[in-house]
Ligand binder design. Structure first.
Ligand SMILES: [Zn+2]
Length: 511
C-alpha cells in the first residue's frame, strides 16, 4: 500500500549530525519504506488515489528511539520509591508480578504517544526456569507486534552477585540467621543458567530475528552481574549471529569501585577492552562514572553510550560527562530507562532534560545543542540497535517511521520566525502535540487513539488483574525487602573511598 505523509516541514538528521529542514513536503511511503521525499505540490497528480496522512500543517519528524527501557508500570507505581541505585534494588524486590503482555502495552502507549517508534527493551530479572522466562519474552514481543511498534529486544544476562556487589552465598552468610533462609529462597527463585540465557537468545533470534519490526540482541546486564567467562560466551554469541550488545556500565561510584577491585586497579572500560568487548557493536548504558581515559578508549573503539539522564538523577547515580562524550565524538543515544522525570516516558521531556542538565557555566560551545539532542534521540539511538542504517532519519530507502507534530499547537499564539523549527520542537514540543505516529509504513497512533489495539480495554484488564490480593510470594518479598535494607546499607557504608572517586562532572564544570 502507498500513502503520502504531508507536512509543512520535515526535520531529519544528516549523516554529518546536522539537521536538515525541508518545506511543504510529501513523504511517499510504499509498503514499509520511504520511496520519495518531494515537494507536496504536484504529488497528488502523480499519485491520484493515494491516502494522504496529515493536513500539511504538521512538522514531520523521524520516530524517536528510546535506547534503554525495561518495564511498563514504573517502580514508583508498584510501591518502590526512588533510592540510590544499590538500595533501590532492595526496594525493587517488593514489586508485584505484572502480566508481561499488558505491562508492555502500557509502556508502549506512553512511548508511542510521545513519538517513540523504536525501543531497546532490556528485559530481565525474571524468576523461574528457561521456560518461564521464554514465555514472558514471547508475551513482550507479542505486545510490541500487536501495538505496531519496533522493538530491539534483549534479555539481561546475570549469573553472579545478584543482590549486592558480592558473591550470593557470602552475602547470605553475612546476614543474621533468621534472614538467611528467606534470602536463600529468593536467590533460588532464579533458575536460569548462563547456558539457558544463551539458549533463550538463540531461540528468540531464530523465531523473531528476521521480522521487519523485531531484532534480538544480547545484554550482559552489568560487569558485576557477569563473570569473565559469561562475558566471553556472550561476546562469542553476539559475533556468531552478528548482533549488537547493550550493557549497563559504571552507573554509580559503587560500580566503579567494584570494577577497580575486580580488575586489579583497571577501570571497567579497560577491563571490557581486555576482553575484546568494546567496539561499534557495544553500547554502554549510563556510563556515568567514565573518566577521561575511559572516554578516549570508548571513542577510539567506536563504542556507543546510552545516556539515561533522568534515571541517573532519580537514583542519585550522578551526572554523566556528556559534554566530554561529545568532545570525543562518541555516538550517544537517549534512554528513558524505567520512567523519566514525570514517571511517564515522555521523550520530549527527556530531550529537554538532556539539553538543560549539561549547561555548565562558561561561554564555550561544549554544551549540548538542540541538534545534538535531536540526533541522540534519532540516529544516535538507531546506532545502538540492529536496525541501524534503516531507521533514525527520513531518507529514501529507509523505514517509514515518522511522527507528525502539531505545529499550530506548538507555535501559538506567536512564534517569531527567528526561532527555528528544530529549536522550537526540542524546547517546546510536548506529548500533546503528537498527532500521528507511523511505524513501518502503518499509522499506529492518530488523534490520540491507538489504531492497532484497544487501549482502554487493555488498561482495564491490567487494572483488574492487580486488584487481586497479594500472593504469598509477594507478601514474603515485601517482608524480606524491608528486613534487608539496613544490612545492605551497612554493606555499602564504607565500600567507596570518596577521595578515589571524585565525580567526573565536578572536574568538567570547573572554569
Ligand atoms: Zn537500565
Amino acid at each position: 500500500m502507498t500513502i503520502i505523509v504531508h507536512g509543512q516541514a520535515l526535520l531529519t538528521t544528516r549523516p554529518d549530525g546536522t539537521v536538515a529542514e525541508h518545506r511543504d513536503v510529501g513523504v511517499v511511503v510504499e509498503g514499509a519504506t520511504i520511496a520519495a521525499i518531494l515537494p507536496f505540490d504536484g504529488l497528488t497528480r502523480r499519485y491520484p488515489d493515494v491516502r494522504i496522512v496529515g493536513d500539511g500543517r504538521d512538522v514531520i519528524l523521524p520516530g524517536f528511539v528510546n535506547a534503554h527501557h525495561h518495564v511498563g508500570l514504573t517502580p514508583l507505581q508498584l510501591g518502590s520509591p526512588d533510592m540510590p541505585l544499590e538500595l533501590w534494588w532492595i526496594t525493587r524486590m517488593l514489586c508485584r508480578a505484572v502480566d508481561p503482555y499488558l505491562d508492555t502495552l502500557y509502556g508502549a502507549f506512553d512511548m508511542i504517544s510521545s513519538g517513540i517508534t523504536t525501543v531497546q527493551h532490556i528485559h530481565g530479572w525474571v524468576p523461574g526456569t528457561l521456560d518461564t522466562v521464554a514465555a514472558a519474552s514471547e508475551n513482550i514481543l507479542r505486545a510490541y507486534d500487536d501495538v505496531g511498534m519496533r522493538v530491539s529486544y534483549c534479555y539481561a544476562v546475570r549469573e553472579q552477585n545478584r543482590l549486592v556487589y558480592q558473591d550470593d552465598a557470602a552475602f547470605v552468610d553475612s546476614l543474621p540467621r533468621d534472614l538467611q533462609g528467606p534470602m536463600r529462597s529468593w536467590f533460588d527463585r532464579f533458575r536460569t543458567s548462563l547456558d539457558d540465557m544463551i539458549a533463550l537468545f538463540e531461540q528468540l533470534h531464530e523465531r523473531h530475528g528476521g521480522k521487519s519490526r523485531t531484532r534480538i540482541q544480547l545484554a550482559p546486564a552489568n560487569l558485576h552481574w557477569c563473570s569473565d567467562k559469561a562475558l566471553d560466551r556472550i561476546a562469542l554469541a553476539a559475533e556468531g549471529k552478528d548482533v549488537r550488545l547493550h550493557m549497563h556500565l559504571l552507573e554509580t561510584a559503587y560500580q566503579k569501585e567494584y570494577a577497580r577491585r575486580r580488575a586489579n586497579g583497571a577501570s571497567a572500560v579497560e577491563h571490557l577492552q581486555s576482553l575484546g568487548l568494546l567496539g561499534p557493536r557495544m553500547t554502554l548504558g549510563h556510563g556515568t562514572w567514565l573518566n577521561q581515559t575511559d572516554i578516549e578508549l570508548v571513542a577510539r573503539t567506536g563504542t556507543c553510550i546510552c545516556h539515561n539522564c533522568s534515571s541517573n538523577m532519580r537514583l542519585r547515580s550522578g551526572l554523566a560527562p556528556l559534554n566530554h562524550f561529545k568532545a570525543a565524538g562518541i555516538t550517544t543515544a537517549i534512554g528513558l530507562d524505567e520512567a523519566g522525570i514525570n514517571d511517564d516516558r515522555d521523550m520530549f521531556q527527556e530531550m529537554r532534560l538532556v539539553l538543560r542538565a549539561h549547561r555548565t557555566p562558561g561561554m564555550d560551545d561544549t554544551v549540548p545543542t538542540t541538534a545534538d539532542v535531536f540526533r541522540m534521540a534519532t540516529t544516535g539511538g538507531a546506532q545502538t540497535t540492529d536496525f541501524a542504517g534503516a531507521i533514525g532519519s527520513l531518507e529514501v530507502g529507509k523505514a517509514a517511521d515518522l511522527v507528525l507534530l502539531d505545529w499550530d499547537g506548538l507555535s501559538q499564539p506567536y512564534l517569531d520566525p527567528l526561532t527555528g523549527r528544530l529549536d522550537a520542537v526540542v524546547q517546546r514540543g510536548r506529548r500533546d502535540h503528537v498527532r500521528t505516529v507511523v511505524c513501518d509504513g502503518r499509522v499506529i497512533f492518530d488523534g490520540g487513539r491507538f489504531t492497532q489495539v484497544d487501549q482502554a480495554a487493555a488498561m482495564r484488564q491490567l487494572h483488574d488483574q492487580l486488584q487481586s490480593a497479594l500472593s504469598n510470594d509477594e507478601v514474603e518479598r515485601r517482608k524480606l525487602s524491608q528486613a534487608l535494607l539496613p544490612h545492605v546499607r551497612r554493606f555499602y557504608a564504607r565500600y567507596v573511598d570518596p577521595s578515589r572517586h571524585e565525580p567526573f562532572y565536578r572536574q568538567s564544570s570547573r572554569l
